[in-house]
Design a protein around this ligand. Structure first.
Ligand SMILES: [Zn+2]
Length: 192
């Protein structure tokens, strides 16, 4: 579970990540906890500009984020207002939405698109993903990439489609084998 902290003695409703010095420097150290960013933001909380700056956030929020990067062999580079993730299949950029609260995800274009000039990030298209937690964004990337790499699960449409394709291929091959056999018989008998 995620934890976000705020000073319960302050009238400002500002959320921080663990260890943020804006929180630990406050005189009365009494903290409240929130477990859902989305719910807290809906209740009028805002994000601390320091610890929620994307580059700080990426390294402070949760160990699970670095677990993702290591386990799936993603590389990550932090730029001023965006975090770039490179996976085996492509490149992604994570940015804050215009409201500075939720996160948006952009995927690198494999080909030039007519809608390119409309995109906030040139060369990338808006993946139309809106999440509050970094972890959810990484999970989306993992699922998106994984769908291409992993064989489809049994019982799914993709599985049945693949099976049909393989059966068709096998039938075609066996017919070809028989035809080749007949051809060879022909050649052998004419050589006698
Ligand atoms: Zn903070």
């Amino acid at each position: 579970m995620y934890r976000y902290y705020y000073n319960i003695n302050s009238s400002k409703k500002v959320l921080h990540l663990y260890g943020c010095h804006y929180l630990t420097n406050s005189k009365k150290k009494e903290y409240g906890e929130k477990h859902s960013l989305k719910k807290a933001l809906n209740k009028g909380f805002t994000l601390c500009k320091h610890c929620f700056a994307l580059q700080n956030r990426f390294f402070n929020e949760d160990k699970r984020i670095s677990t993702y990067l290591i386990r799936y062999n993603y590389s990550c580079s932090c730029q001023k207002d965006c975090v770039e993730i490179t996976t085996g299949n492509g490149r992604w950029k994570i940015v804050y939405a215009e409201n500075k609260q939720s996160l948006e995800l952009y995927h690198e274009n494999k080909q030039i698109r007519s809608t390119d000039s409309l995109s906030r990030i040139q060369g990338y298209h808006d993946q139309k993903v809106s999440e509050y937690e970094l972890n959810d964004i990484l999970h989306y990337i993992y699922v998106h990439d994984g769908k291409r790499k992993l064989p489809p699960a049994k019982g799914t449409k993709r599985y049945k489609k693949l099976q049909k394709k393989q059966e068709f291929k096998a039938r075609k091959e066996s017919i070809n084998n028989v035809l080749n056999l007949i051809d060879n018989l022909h050649i052998n008998s004419s050589a006698i």
